[in-house]
Design a protein around this ligand. Structure first.
Ligand code: PXP
Length: 246
């Protein structure tokens, strides 16, 4: 594995979304995580939301017990989630903003105004040996605040980049991501990225060498309906590796 290697974290939340639509036991997100491992994922990401709309407490327990890959536990900065994280001791915890009324995680954490509220969570997770990452917008202010909070990792929100129409708007957001990723490295922060990435949008992000990991879920699970999960992940992996080798 070279330094250039870009890790792929597969987010399996939406396997659970489909399962929960019927309230039965299938499709099983843990089975998807096992398949993701075989297809070349470097880690598994799962978001336990306050309302348990997709991943459940039992899923987290089973992921910890049955999966060999590192688990990136996405969580809101609440006492309930902190207790769960400390109980399971996952490889990493990614702090994300969470609102019940949102369809997905619509923006990054407000690490500037939320600094004092976030600090104890970063500290307690870090003290337990859990690698904390902060899901932020690609801005210099957010990176400075993340550094000051003491998190070793940031994940840049790529949702706006993916949602923007191809052309100058997307290009401008892309430049912000590139600049933020370079600044993160300068600050000594490991930089990840994710949200909304697809086969069509992944390559430019994957080509940014200061980004070390991408977390991708919704598109991969949707594409799996047509080509199967293994093939969907393998193709994403191929696109990432190709972009990285340029
Ligand atoms: N990274 C973070 C922090 C997220 O909250 C999500 C969505 O749960 C993702 C990555 C993956 O986004 P998507 O499912 O759109 O690929």
């Amino acid at each position: 594995m070279t330094d250039k290697k870009l890790r792929l974290g597969v987010n399996i939340d939406h396997v659970a979304t489909i399962r929960n639509a019927r309230g039965c036991g299938y499709p099983d997100p843990v089975r998807a995580a096992k398949m993701a491992a075989l297809a070349g994922a470097d880690g598994i990401t799962a978001h336990l939301r306050e309302d348990r709309r997709h991943i459940t407490d039992t899923d987290i327990l089973r992921l910890c017990d049955e999966i060999d890959l590192p688990l990136n536990f996405e969580m809101a900065a609440t006492d309930e989630m902190l207790a769960i994280a400390l109980h399971h001791n996952p490889h990493a915890a990614c702090l994300v903003p969470e609102k019940r009324e949102e369809r997905t995680t619509e923006g990054g954490l407000d690490v500037v105004r939320g600094f004092d509220a976030l600090k104890p969570y970063v500290t307690k997770l870090s003290d337990a040996g859990i690698r904390v990452s902060l899901f932020i917008e690609p801005s210099i202010e957010a990176l400075d605040a993340s550094k000051a909070l003491g998190a070793p990792v940031v994940e840049l929100h790529t949702g706006a980049y993916c949602d923007a129409p191809e052309g100058p708007e997307r290009a401008a957001i892309f430049e912000n991501i590139k600049t933020a990723a370079a600044y993160a490295e300068k600050l000594g922060l490991e930089c990840h990225a994710g949200h909304g990435l697809t086969f069509d949008t992944v390559a430019p992000i994957a080509a940014i060498e200061t980004i070390k990991e991408l977390n991708i879920g919704h598109f991969l699970i949707g594409e799996a309906i047509f080509v199967g999960l293994e093939s969907s992940i393998t193709q994403m992996r191929r696109l990432m590796d190709k972009a990285r080798s340029l």
